[in-house]
Write a protein that binds this ligand. Structure first.
Ligand SMILES: Nc1ncnc2c1ncn2[C@@H]1O[C@H](COP(=O)(O)OP(=O)(O)O)[C@@H](O)[C@H]1O
Ligand SMILES: [Mg+2]
Length: 370
C-alpha cells in the first residue's frame, strides 16, 4: 500500500496562504489524522492530495509516482490517483438500495456482474451490514448510512482513503462505535488512511500519527502519545488533551544547568531536569497535565477548590492557586470536595514540562514548592 509524500506544498487563495510550505511523509499503511482548529488548512490539504484542489507550489507523490508538481507541470486527475474520498456530507443515492449504492461505481467501471456481486457481498460483510442490502437509505439509521457510504468508497479498492470529518453528523455514542470500526477497517484493508478532524480525542484515538496544523503551518507530526507527552510548543500542548494542560508563566533564576528557581508572585518552586535548561530563563511557561496534579495529604502546596465535577469514573477539580492561577486536576473515581475547601497538591515527578520564552518545548522535569 502506498506512501504519500507532500513536498513544500503551499496553497494560496489570492494573497491568503491557506497551507504554508507543508512537507509531510505519510508512510505506507499509516492512519494519519490532520488535526487543528477550524480554518487551519486541513480540508485544503486533503483536497490537494485528492487532486480536487491545485497547490500553488510544491510536489505530491503517491506510491513513488508524482501526481502533482508545479515545477514539472504535472497534475494527475483525481480518478487516476487511486484514492477514495469520504466527505462530511456523504449523500447516499436515495432512490437506490444499499446494494445498488455500493455496486454503482463498479457498474460504471464496467465490472462483470458476478465480480460486482462478490465485491458488494464482501463489503456488506466487512462493514457488518449484511442484513439489509435491499433497504433504501431512508430506512437506515445514521450509523448504518455511514457504513454504506464507507462501503461505497471502498468498493473500488482504493489504496488510499481520504476522509474529511466523516463522523461529524453522528451522535456521540455512534461516533465512538464508528471510530472502533474505522480502526478495524484500517487494519483489515491495509490501506493508507488520511483523516481530517478538529476533534483532538478522535485524532488521538485513531491515528498512528497526528499532523497538527495551525494557520496553515505544521506544528507537530508525531505519534499521538508523543504529541501528548512531548508537545513541541504551547499551542500543541494546549490543543491536545481535555481538560487542557495547565500552563503557568514564571520567571526563573538559574541555579545550575539542570535546576532553577521559578517565581510567580508569591509562589516559588524549584524545577529540576535531566536535560540542560535553556539559556534564557527570564520568562518561561510550566505545563502540567491535569492528571499529573495529585492531591496529597501533606507536603504539597495549598489550593482552594473552586468547583468539583464528579462524573462517576473520574472527577475534574478546578483549583485556585494563589490569586490568579486556576489549575485543573483529574482524579479517578468520585470525590466531591465542597467549594472553597482547602486541599494540597503536588505535581507528578518528571511529568512537568518547561517551555521557553517563545513557547517552544525546552525540558521535562520535576518541581518542588519551596
Ligand atoms: N476556495 C477558497 N477560496 C478562498 N479561501 C478559501 C477557499 N477554501 C478555503 N479557504 C480558506 O483557507 C483556509 C483553510 O480552509 P480549510 O482547509 O477549509 O480549513 P479547515 O478544513 O482546517 O477548517 C480558511 O481560512 C478558508 O477560509
Ligand atoms: Mg475542513
Amino acid at each position: 500500500m502506498p506512501r504519500i509524500e507532500l513536498r513544500n506544498i503551499t496553497k494560496k487563495f489570492g494573497d491568503f496562504v491557506a497551507v504554508d510550505n507543508l512537507t509531510l511523509d505519510i508512510k505506507d499503511g499509516d492512519f494519519i489524522t490532520l488535526l487543528g482548529p477550524s480554518g487551519c488548512g486541513k480540508t485544503t490539504t486533503l483536497r490537494q492530495i485528492a487532486g480536487l484542489e491545485m497547490p500553488t507550489s510544491g510536489e505530491i507523490l503517491i506510491d513513488g509516482k508524482v501526481v502533482f508538481s508545479s515545477d514539472k507541470s504535472i497534475d494527475v486527475a483525481p480518478k487516476d490517483r487511486g484514492v477514495g474520498f469520504l466527505f462530511q456530507n456523504y449523500a447516499l443515492w436515495p432512490h437506490m438500495t444499499v446494494y445498488r449504492n455500493i455496486a454503482f461505481g463498479l457498474e460504471n467501471l464496467k465490472w462483470k456482474k458476478d465480480d460486482i456481486d462478490r465485491r458488494v457481498k464482501e463489503l456488506l460483510k466487512l462493514l457488518k451490514i449484511e442484513e439489509f442490502p435491499d433497504r433504501y437509505p431512508a430506512e437506515l439509521s445514521g450509523g448504518q448510512q455511514q457504513r454504506v457510504a464507507i462501503a461505497r468508497t471502498l468498493a473500488t479498492n482504493p489504496r488510499v482513503l481520504l476522509m474529511d470529518e466523516p463522523l461529524s453528523n453522528l451522535d456521540a455514542k455512534l461516533r465512538m462505535e464508528m471510530r472502533a470500526e474505522l480502526k478495524r477497517l484500517h487494519h483489515e484493508t491495509g490501506a493508507t488512511f488520511v483523516y481530517v478532524t478538529h476533534d483532538q480525542l478522535e485524532a488521538m484515538t485513531l491515528a498512528t500519527k497526528i499532523c497538527l496544523l495551525d494557520r496553515g503551518y505544521l506544528q507537530q507530526y508525531d505519534p499521538p502519545l508523543t504529541v501528548y507527552n512531548r508537545p513541541r510548543n504551547t499551542f500543541v500542548a494546549d490543543f491536545v488533551g481535555n481538560p487542557t494542560m495547565n500552563l503557568i508563566s514564571f520567571s526563573g533564576e538559574r541555579k545550575d544547568d539542570h535546576s532553577c528557581i521559578l517565581h510567580h508572585k508569591d509562589m516559588r518552586l524549584q524545577f529540576t531536569s535531566q536535560d540542560v535548561l535553556p539559556e534564557d530563563l527570564g520568562k518561561v511557561t510550566i505545563g502540567v497535565r491535569p492528571e499529573n496534579v495529585l492531591v496529597t495529604e501533606n507536603g504539597g502546596i495549598k489550593v482552594k477548590v473552586d468547583t468539583s465535577l464528579p462524573s462517576g469514573m473520574e472527577t475534574i477539580l478546578n483549583l485556585r492557586l494563589g490569586d490568579d492561577v486556576m489549575l485543573s486536576c483529574v482524579m479517578i473515581g468520585s470525590v466531591d470536595y465542597p467549594s472553597d475547601s482547602e486541599i494540597e497538591v503536588v505535581f507528578k515527578d518528571v511529568q512537568v514540562l518547561m517551555f521557553d520564552g517563545e513557547g517552544n518545548f525546552a525540558a521535562p522535569g520535576s518541581v518542588k514548592f519551596i
